[in-house]
Design a binder for this molecule. Sequence first.
Ligand code: TXA
Ligand code: MG
Length: 323
Amino acid sequence: MAEVGTNIQKASAYLKEGLLVAIPTETVYGLAGNALDVKSVGTIFETKNRPSFDPLILHVASLEQVNQFVTAFPEKLKRLAEAFWPGPLTVLLPRKASVPDLVTSGLDRVAVRVPNHPLTLELLAQLDFPLAAPSANPFGYISPTQAAHVAAQLGTQIPYILDGGACAVGLESTIVGMEEEQVMIYRLGGLDISEIESLVGPVTVQVNSTSNPNAPGQLVSHYAPRKPLVLGNLTELVPQLIQQGKKVGVLSFSTHFPSFAANRQVILSASRDLKEAAHRLFMAMRILDESDAELIVAEFVPEIGLGRAINDRLKRAAAQPIH
Ligand code: TXA
Ligand code: MG
């Protein structure tokens, strides 16, 4: 069983040996390995049960380090990196041959980010290689936002979990890249699009495709609980399902259902704060998945700011599961 602790030396020793360590970031926990060691990278795919056509993000300590791995850094993307790193932004850039094919699944761009967590930044500063790190969950399941989530699912497969507490943002990074002169968003995430647009002007959002060659991991069904998740109007759905004798778990934005069992009800933000809702979303899905509910019903949050990324995750969780 993985040891859970805050010992950076231990984490770095395991990584140098080619083993995997779960690391905290501001978005979600990552399952990290030496990105330049093909064997470690292979172990990441095996441990997560992830198809090898779904590439990994390279995590580095600073913007300066990115030049070792890319052949160009377009001005607009650099502006974003300068403004938001360390932070929940991933940038797709043309890669150098120094990045193993397995990391990019053979694509000619590599995804790079500087995560914003003091333990992980210190760890990265001690290593002379970048970390490849997908979210530390079995492929297709809900991303972990606490060390205990990682321990529950991958604990028997890795030696160490670096415990950085609950992830501040709670949603994966926003993925950006360029096509011609246009800034593209390939995954909605923890960085609000309006913050990006305030620096580089209007962007094109290209997510939600089953076979998007630019972000192949954006499968429609993803981030999903094991139980069926249904999206709709809760005030209509909940009484209907209860009348049918169903044990329902309720995931609401802000509404409390007084007649309803407390252990099968999670409110994302009583004050309707989208940041708080994002922070709690994956934890809420886990609580309901682990409850005695047979199915989970959820509602969309307002489609503004971080709400777009929250709704994106809810839709993927509601799509027909792949497992
Ligand atoms: O917030 C995050 O980004 C977290 C933390 C751990 O950093 N990581 C994360 O990794 O969410 P993962 O592997 O679960 O999701 C990475 C996404 C996938 O959808 C993948 O397809 C896409 O990034 N991606 C990675 N490299 C790519 C590339 N070269 N071209 C296109 N898409 C890429
Ligand atoms: Mg993931």
